[in-house]
Design a protein around this ligand. Structure first.
Ligand code: SAH
Ligand code: SF4
Ligand code: F3S
Length: 468
């Protein structure tokens, strides 16, 4: 499938940012406040950084709480039912805010609104929502805001354009030394349980020059831990004329001057090539972490999920990965209770978990998504039964995690001090993989790399800084 994207820029919107700036000052008479509420995955976190960038350009001050905000936006997730219920609960809370301050503007964007039935529900039952905008038009926020503030009726803009990538959207990053960098958007895989391809559209990759320029800018501004993002990150570049695939892009970014580490998510096992594994091995700045969601250990279920690999294929991939990257942390996603899954199938998932020994897992009970092929498959196992299987899986992983601890003990890692610890005078940082270590450190080391030796485990790994 081709995924050649047309690149446009933000210039059309800059005229609106200026107009909104003038307008809000007239309406409010003070610098208005905006609150961005984010649900879902890192792609949404990254999009929200762009929402905040646009809002700052429009003259808003970004605040954490919606109680005194003049503009409130919900950037939503549709991947499971639970995520959607939480969003509706939160939107409901703005009813009171709008009653008290009618000049406040409420908007909803992200994956959830890209589903017809959700947009309809917002239209009918949430009259205090002013703007609903889909995943393909979120860069037009200044325009929508301008129109609504100058008296236009409620705005519902949900059109999808699968070819366009908009560059140069202003961005206001949440952190200074850790950052997100989207390199591709959308997904072509259509796993039968998943809503993402319907709400995010087809795969399209950013131009390498744009990515490298943004990457260099981040490094220049002090970013030391950069995560490359994509719903299917390792299919980067497919169908593009420039011929730069994900492995090649990684090499190019690894060559950028500076002291930093590169992470990436999420990879699909089918696109995890030997070339990519060799590249990770060769590139010293790329972390030793592979997130390879396998979803189910049963080949029968994998086929019904449309995952393009079977149990044997996945285990071969893990073997290749362990040979080339023996010190890497492997992580994965698993769905329990896919329609038609039997306890026998589930036991294959359990045995795979025990065999591979993942560093950590993200586990989910299957959630029916309207409009996906799995939604109409027979699903005879009760939620209660699935819950029991789920608990069994968590127990198995707990055992594996206990064994895994030994791998870290006594070793020395280069870690970025990325947070304050649970006790005064302590910090936490990530290893070159995914593990977190707590250690005693001067608080001004936040955002610096240090060498830490792991001494033991007590509710988490702890260690001490050496030779700093
Ligand atoms: N693109 C990524 C992940 C997307 S969503 C990938 O393919 O790996 C993150 C995880 O949510 C998925 O890996 C899957 O385990 C889970 N998930 C997606 N749809 C789901 C559903 N309908 N019910 C339960 N879990 C789901
Ligand atoms: Fe969903 Fe599958 Fe695409 Fe991941 S690869 S986003 S699970 S359809
Ligand atoms: Fe959710 Fe959309 Fe991400 S559905 S998981 S926010 S791509």
């Amino acid at each position: 499938m081709k995924n050649i994207a047309i690149t446009t820029d933000f210039s059309e919107q800059t005229v609106y940012t200026k107009r909104v700036r003038e307008l809000v000052f007239n309406i409010y008479g003070y610098i208005p406040k905006a609150c961005v509420n984010t649900f879902g995955c890192q792609q949404n976190v990254s999009d929200s950084e762009r929402l905040k960038g646009m809002l700052s350009a429009c003259g808003y001050e970004i605040v954490d709480h919606m109680d005194d905000a003049d503009f409130i936006i919900f950037n939503t997730c549709a991947v499971r039912e639970h995520a959607e219920m939480r969003v509706f609960g939160n939107i409901g809370m703005t009813k009171k805010i709008k009653a008290e301050r009618p000049n406040a503007v409420v908007a909803v964007c992200g994956c959830m609104v890209q589903q017809e039935h959700i947009a309809q529900k917002l239209k009918r039952s949430y009259p205090y929502v002013d703007i609903v905008m889909g995943t393909h038009v979120f860069h037009r926020l200044p325009e929508f805001l301008y129109k609504r503030l100058s008296g236009s009726p409620r705005i519902f803009e949900l059109s999808m354009d699968n070819n366009t990538i908009v560059e140069d959207i202003p961005v206001k990053r949440d952190g200074t030394f850790k950052g997100w960098l989207p390199i591709m958007y959308g997904c072509n895989n259509f796993c039968t349980y998943c809503i993402v391809p319907y709400v995010r559209g087809r795969e399209r990759s950013r131009e390498p020059e744009k990515i490298i320029a943004e990457f260099k800018e981040m490094v220049k501004n002090g970013c030391k831990d950069i995560t490359l993002l994509g719903q299917n990150v390792n299919s980067y570049g497919k169908g593009c004329e420039h011929g730069i695939n994900f492995a090649k892009l990684l090499r190019m970014l690894n060559d950028v001057e500076g002291d930093f580490v590169i992470r990436f998510m999420t990879s699909h096992p089918k696109d995890c090539t030997v070339e990519l594994l060799d590249t990770i091995r060769d590139c010293k700045k790329v972390t030793r972490h592979l997130h390879l969601p396998f979803q189910s250990g049963s080949s029968k279920i994998l086929k019904r999920m449309n995952r393009y690999y079977d149990r044997e294929g996945y285990l071969q991939l893990i073997k290749n990965a362990k040979e080339r990257l023996p010190d890497a942390d492997l992580t994965s996603d698993i769905i329990v209770g896919f329609p038609g899954e039997t306890y026998e199938d589930f036991k294959e998932t359990l045995s795979l978990v025990k065999e591979v020994k993942f560093a950590s897992l993200f586990t989910f009970i299957y959630s029916k998504r309207n409009g996906t092929p799995a939604a109409i498959m027979d699903d005879p196992i009760t939620r209660e039964e699935k819950g029991k299987w789920f608990d069994e899986l968590l127990k198995a992983q707990e055992e594996v995690a206990k064994e895994n601890i030994n791998k870290y003990l006594g070793k020395t890692y280069r870690v970025l001090c990325d947070d304050f610890g649970s006790r005064d005078g302590f910090m936490t940082g990530h290893t070159n993989g995914t593990a977190v270590i707590e250690f005693k450190a001067e608080q001004n080391l936040l955002g610096q790399f240090v060498e830490v030796k792991v001494l033991g485990y007590e509710n988490g790994l702890y260690g001490e800084i050496i030779n700093n």
